[in-house]
Design a binder for this molecule. Structure first.
Ligand SMILES: NC(=O)NCCC[C@H](N)C(=O)O
Length: 256
């Protein structure tokens, strides 16, 4: 991957998407054809923000593979292949590893028995918050710390409650301000978290400059962010939200 290249890794959903895991929400039918269209629009939004789309080969046997951020954490030029806290998601890493190798990144992995999902890893400048909840354990956080401290990062574990991942509850605006649901995380270890108007407004993906990607299900949060001076790029990812997915989890951004 040449210096300056800005890439978005994505993985298209398959026909068995509706068999994806649900933990904190009631299962609802998922329309696979609509999901495919929503994913195409999501890829298009990332491409329009100046990202080169790099696709991980889809795997129709792995319904949750579309949530690619859980299998991979990228920090500078290091790609960390994770070991999900959901055993049936662990096979997703193989395809992601091949895609990462094609980008020429250095690789490392979270080794058993540690568990870590990428959705629990929130990078804000030189600080990396790691959620401790259903999917990531203390060993996973320690393994992440051992890999990232040499890169000048400070790793801060954060307990989560009643949410799938840390980034289900809290994400960061381009200036580093945290936004989301303070009730779902241990706020004692975090800077102030700006509460959002809708649950799905907790998920924003900074795209560069003052632009953020946000789901169409959070119109009041999007309006608030525009009020703060941000440009919002809105995508409808409703079929993925039925499976506890959000705008962050459908991609991994590599490069500034
Ligand atoms: N990082 C994320 O927010 N990932 C969403 C994963 C959803 C998937 N159905 C799961 O339960 O693992």
């Amino acid at each position: 991957m040449p210096p300056g290249d800005r890439v978005a890794l994505v993985r298209r959903p398959g026909p068995r998407l509706e068999d994806g895991l649900v933990t904190h929400v009631r299962r609802r039918p998922v329309d696979a054809a609509l999901a495919a269209r929503q994913h195409a629009a999501y890829r298009d939004a990332l491409a329009r923000s100046g990202r080169r789309i790099h696709e991980v080969a889809p795997d129709d046997a792995l319904p949750d593979a579309v949530f690619v951020e859980d299998a991979l954490v990228v920090c500078d030029r290091l790609a960390i292949l994770t070991r999900s806290g959901a055993p049936r998601r662990r096979a997703e890493v193989a395809g992601v590893e091949r895609a990462v190798a094609a980008l020429g990144l250095e690789t490392a992995r979270i080794e058993a028995p540690a568990t870590l999902d990428g959705g629990d890893v929130l990078q804000v400048g030189a600080t990396v918050y790691v959620g401790l909840g259903g999917r990531t354990d203390g060993r996973g956080a320690a393994a992440l710390r051992a890999l990232l401290e040499p890169l000048g990062r400070t790793v801060v574990p954060v307990r989560t409650h009643g949410v799938l991942h840390l980034k289900s509850a809290v994400t960061a605006l381009p200036d580093g301000t945290l936004i989301g649901r303070p009730d779902a995380v241990d706020t004692a270890v975090l800077p102030p978290v700006r509460a959002v108007a809708e649950e799905t407004g907790a998920h924003v993906l900074p795209l560069g400059g003052d632009e953020v990607l946000i789901g169409a299900s959070a119109p009041r949060t999007a309006a608030d962010l525009r009020g703060l001076g941000y440009r919002t790029r809105v995508v409808d990812i409703g079929e993925f939200e039925k499976l506890e997915g959000c705008v962050t989890c459908l991609s991994v951004l590599v490069g500034a």
